[in-house]
Design a protein. Structure first.
Length: 506
């Protein structure tokens, strides 16, 4: 901890001298920043210095110590107040309790007793600071988990997205998304990720950054819908270019006002990132333009071939293999261009064969940014086709609208403490009915669906090396790390650390 600031207020000059000169303040890690001899000047001193610890007498000229403390308590709520008095009278006790007085020291003062009380106050402050830091970190991780949940799942008007964002302090009248990806399509160094939030703070922008698979995603919040957001985005891009040790490409969405469109806004930024990769512009930043005209002949030819592939595409392994061969040929076997082409094809194919977005679908759409060979492209597209088939079959299955809505609600709110009772109440059905319906129509219990959704968020958060595995556990609602570890291993057949290490090798 930094040096503790102490103020002493006492009407006896000899007592002040004794406290200042005979207590080993330096050894305690403290510094006396001021003294006063009455309550009025003491009040001014406290408000000016905002000390960590206050030693004060009770009976003093002009204003007694407790009245003085009462008048400053709101301004210095965390200050530890220690009463020094010669009056062993406890008519002051109830007032002192209300004012959160830390301790009493009775005169005559003994140095060992003062030092003992000071050490206890410092220890209490240290533990409180550790608790505050832990709570702040947990809250930040909860916000990141909520944002990742929204980015990787479709959301609709009935899903309380506005409330989700408000609860996570992520709601604003307008927002935009930026996706940052290294030019070599590797991952950003840990030291870079650790400095990303500080970099954004230096840009004086209201933002949140998360790692989503191969990229850093920046969620920018705006209080207005004017063009100033573009200047802010440009400023962030320039700062990134100036500070990061690696060259990156950046895709930027349009400014959005509908919070239910956050997933679509994310895809706009992905589309802009694709245009950046295909343009071969070093350190490029590209804003999404829905009606952008292509003037480059090569780009037009690639678009023509892509349209032809989509036209005849089917959700079969044979179609995936043929498409993989064509995309590798078009790319000239350049990694960045190949990944951009496969990503564009995957995105376009998902529009031709639409189905509900979930974490499996999101992983299938993100996988193209990791491919390096024909075999990997083929495997990636086969997985995408299988995921699209499963999604469309699920939509056409016997699942009722209620079940589909509940499953979507679970995916969006997985980071929260979901209980069957609360979800049943939300959809105005009985607990027994909802439990039986989900089990009958999906073959899986409500509890297992919740666990699966939590693990999906955990997958995404484990891709961010800045976040400890224990912190991931807390972010998805586990107070006990062992419970998270056992659940993850049971469902994924590997430990969280093994999963993270596998991601790092991709």
């Amino acid at each position: 901890m930094t040096q503790i600031r102490v103020v002493i207020i006492e009407d006896n000059p000899a007592t002040i001298r004794s406290l200042v000169q005979t207590i080993d303040w330096e050894g305690l890690g403290c510094r006396v920043v001021g003294t006063a001899s009455d309550g009025v000047s003491g009040k001014t001193l406290i408000l000016d210095e905002e000390p960590d610890i206050l030693l004060t007498d009770i009976r003093m000229p002009q204003m007694d110590g407790l009245q003085m403390l009462e008048e400053v308590r709101d301004a210095v709520p965390d200050m530890k107040a220690i009463i020094i008095t010669g009056y062993d009278q406890f008519q002051y006790a109830s007032r002192a309790i209300k004012l959160a007085v830390f301790d009493y020291i009775l005169k005559p003062i003994r140095n060992d007793e003062v030092e003992k009380v000071i050490r206890r106050a410092i220890d209490r402050m240290r533990r409180q600071k550790e608790t505050d830091v832990a709570l702040a970190q947990a809250n930040q991780l909860r916000r990141k988990a909520q944002l990742l949940s929204l980015l990787t799942n479709d959301s609709h008007a009935g899903q309380d997205v506005y409330k989700m964002l408000t609860d996570a302090d992520l709601c604003s009248p307008a927002y935009y998304l930026m996706i940052i990806q290294p030019e070599d399509a590797g991952t950003l160094p840990l030291v870079t990720l650790n400095g990303m939030d500080d970099l954004l703070v230096s840009c004086q922008a209201h933002t949140m950054s998360v790692v989503l698979y191969d990229s850093v995603v920046i969620y920018g919040m705006r209080e207005d819908t004017g063009e100033a957001w573009r200047e802010e985005a440009e400023r962030i891009c320039q700062r990134i270019d100036d500070v990061l040790p690696v060259r990156v490409r950046i895709g930027i969405s349009q400014l959005a006002t509908s919070h239910h469109q956050i997933r679509q806004t994310y895809q706009q930024a992905r589309q802009a990132l694709w245009e950046s990769a295909m343009g071969h512009i070093s350190g490029a930043r590209v804003f999404f333009h829905p009606e952008k005209k292509e003037t480059d002949g090569l780009m037009q030819e690639m678009r023509r071939k892509m349209d032809a592939l989509i036209e005849k595409a089917e959700l079969t392994d044979e179609s995936a293999e043929e498409t993989a061969r064509v995309l590798v040929e078009i790319s000239g076997q350049q990694y960045s261009q190949l990944r951009a082409l496969v990503s564009l094809y995957a995105l376009t194919l998902s529009r031709k064969f639409p189905c509900s977005m979930n974490s499996a679908m999101d992983r299938a759409l993100s996988a193209p940014w990791f491919v390096t060979s024909l075999e990997e492209v083929s495997s990636c597209l086969k997985t995408l086709c299988a995921t699209l088939r499963e999604g469309r079959e699920a939509q056409e299955s016997k699942c009722s609208l209620l079940t589909r809505n509940v499953l979507e609600y679970i995916r969006l709110h997985a980071a929260e403490k979901l209980k069957l009772n609360d979800v049943a109440e939300k959809y105005h059905v009985s607990v027994n009915y909802l439990s039986a319906l989900i089990r009958k129509e999906t073959g899986t219990t409500f509890h297992e669906h919740v666990l699966k959704a939590k693990m999906d968020i955990a997958h995404t958060m484990l891709a961010d090396p800045r976040i400890l595995v224990e912190e991931v556990a807390r972010a998805v609602g586990y107070s006990n790390y062992i419970s998270f570890y056992n659940t993850f291993k049971r469902l994924e057949h590997m430990t969280p650390t093994e999963y993270r290490n596998r991601l790092a090798q991709m």
